[in-house]
Design a binder for this molecule. Structure first.
Ligand code: ATP
Ligand code: MG
Length: 577
């Protein structure tokens, strides 16, 4: 490809709405162009990268025994009603009507469709196990589309679905997919951590995510990990706590209500009473699926919302507003303001207590009276109708690994793929059955396995760049090398450059010849920004028979003959995994 013909316009500046490196660089280097919020054009350079990621995914999925198909992007409401997700999925599901008023949605994922396909054609145990996958655009009306391709509304995903007749079969396929994923990300030049995670709206019991570890904002997930190998998303991580049980007897002689004016925060209360926050029971109100829930936790700890949501079996959670708390108080005959609320008298709403609450003795707690707290309290004093214990605590770095007891570390990660054990979550409600050896019918045991193709490409930029631009891993670079003749008016320079260009092309190396009549500095800048893994500069030294060979990743420069440069590159490209 000649640079003069390549459809790419690099920008002088980063776009103003770009917050993270991959968005900034992909937009500035002419890979993507925003169409509307969370929806991007993949321009020719980007499309080349995406196709390479897709091909790696395709090769490894095929090698792992999966079969590719392609399902429609538009899906009928009826199938989503069968699975129960028409109600459950929430506003990320883009719903629409056709001209006959039939209700449809844009596919955010395809469990319903694949289960219906299986139901029609996969009738006997003899046809299993089977794993079907597709690579396709998905649409999710994300609340906060951001970070360019990392969290778009329309994005490209590989989604695979496995069908088995037993849990053991599913376990085996799950491992098979985990191994394929490791190879995929490895070939894409990405180091990933496989971490335990929450199963979310897709459902199921066990799931893992593949995270690209990054210390930038682009990492939307906190990952807790230990040198022993334990690793989990914060929405799923557990830990052992140091022994911090404090008995309030040392502070309070009796159980009584005392005045605690203006102590709206835990900090104000612990300062006012001169007690550690571990002696305070914190009561928080959340709205789960539009209904209030009270969470209790030892006040030095934080509630993990996903864990709390799962504890009540919901699919949507947020903290209650001051108005909602006021309404809850009024409904129960109180008028306390936040800072003084507590579980006392909370009828008809779930009260979920974190495990940390179990060990608390003679503590301090709000009792739904403004400017008052109960001190020296125990749960039996609180008149709670029903309390349920569950681990709803957000793990913190420095707490101890649940498996080996060493301190946990925390880092940020970009989720590029995940694997779920679904079991019969879809096959049962959708009545998707096969016949076993004895002619008895059972629902399939399913798994599902996703990879964000466009997110993986963007994550590669997050992981591989410098201040000047992208440093693509060669396996997914749009082109392998750029040849830059310094002065296109110089006959010898152009001759050598053109010959190398033809030789490389013939040998299967993907090469761009920067034939533009621009200053060398401009061409070098563009080459760095676009991120060609190699650059060969044909300048004055060609009079001594030498060109400059530069490796983008390391910045290493070498003077070599044009023939040597071509040989090197052919060899490198031959060895791409
Ligand atoms: P997230 O927690 O980041 O929203 P998810 O759990 O909703 O991801 P899945 O439904 O399992 O993701 O989708 C499979 C893969 O699709 C993810 O691992 C991710 O790589 C990709 N993906 C999901 N949502 C988006 C998005 N909005 N933009 C780009 N890629 C996405
Ligand atoms: Mg999501």
């Amino acid at each position: 490809m000649k640079m003069s013909k390549l459809f790419v316009q690099t920008l002088r500046e980063f776009p103003s709405d770009a917050e993270v490196v991959s968005h900034k660089m992909l937009a500035r280097a002419g890979y993507i162009r925003k169409l509307t919020s969370g929806v991007y054009n993949y321009l020719p350079l980007m499309w080349r990268v995406l196709k390479k990621v897709e091909n790696i995914v395709r090769e490894e999925m095929d090698a792992a025994g999966a079969q590719e198909l392609l399902m429609p992007f538009v899906q009928p409401k009826e199938l989503w009603e069968e699975s129960g997700r028409w109600e459950a999925y929430g506003r990320e599901l883009m719903r629409l009507k056709d001209r006959h008023d039939r209700v449809m949605c844009l596919g955010p994922t395809h469990e319903e469709i694949i289960t219906a396909i299986a139901r029609d054609g996969l009738k006997s145990y003899k046809q299993m196990p089977v794993n079907l996958y597709q690579i396709q655009s998905k649409f999710r009306d994300e609340v906060r589309p951001r970070y360019g391709l990392l969290r778009g509304r329309e994005f490209i995903m590989k989604d695979a679905y496995s069908f088995d007749t037993s849990e053991e079969g599913l376990d085996k396929e799950y491992l098979n997919m985990a191994e394929a994923y490791k190879r995929i990300f490895d070939r894409c030049g990405l180091e990933t951590k496989m971490v335990q995670s929450d199963s979310g709206a897709i459902g199921g019991s066990v799931s893992h995510e593949f995270m690209v570890i990054t210390d930038t904002d682009a990492g939307e997930n906190d990952v807790f990990y230990c040198e022993c190998g334990y690793a989990a998303n914060s929405n799923h991580a557990v830990s052992k706590l140091p022994e911090t049980v404090v008995d309030g007897k040392d502070y309070f002689k009796e159980t009584k209500i005392i005045d605690t004016p203006e102590t709206h925060s835990i900090e104000e209360l612990s300062t006012f009473l001169n007690i550690p926050s571990t002696l305070i029971l914190k009561s928080l109100v959340y709205i789960v699926d539009k209904k209030p829930v009270m969470a209790l936790i030892r006040a030095d700890k934080t509630v993990e919302e996903t864990k709390l949501m799962n504890a009540v079996g919901g699919i949507d959670i947020r903290i209650a507003s001051a108005a909602e708390i006021a309404e809850l108080m009024a409904d129960h005959g109180f008028d306390a303001v936040p800072g003084f609320i507590g579980p006392t008298g909370m009828k008809d709403i779930p009260v979920i207590a974190d495990e940390t609450v179990k060990d608390m003795k003679n503590f301090v707690v709000g009792i739904n009276k403004t400017d008052k707290h109960l001190v020296g309290a125990n749960l039996c004093d609180l008149n709670i109708e029903e309390i349920r214990y569950s681990d709803i605590r957000l793990v913190e770095a420095g707490e101890f690994c649940p498996e080996c007891g060493k301190p946990l570390k925390v880092t940020k990660g970009i989720e590029v793929g995940n694997i779920f054990k679904l079991g019969t979550k879809y096959s049962k409600p959708m009545n998707a059955l096969y016949l076993d050896k004895n002619g008895k019918s059972h629902p399939y045991i399913m798994g599902c396995y996703g990879i964000g193709i466009s997110r993986t490409a963007a994550a590669a930029v997050e992981a591989h760049h410098d201040e000047y631009g992208i440093k693509w891993p060669i396996s997914i670079a749009p082109y392998h090398v750029v040849i830059v003749p310094v002065n296109i008016q110089d006959k010898l320079q152009m001759e050598v450059a053109e010959k190398m260009y033809e030789d490389l092309k013939k040998a299967g190396v993907e090469v761009v010849l920067d034939d533009r009549d621009e200053r060398a500095g401009v061409k070098f800048k563009d080459a760095d920004l676009i991120g060609f893994p190699y650059r060969v500069t044909v300048g004055k030294t060609i009079n001594e028979g030498l060109v400059e060979y530069k490796i983008r990743e390391t910045g290493e420069v070498e003077k070599v003959t044009p023939e040597t440069a071509v040989e090197h590159l052919v060899e490198i490209v031959k060895n791409i995994k």
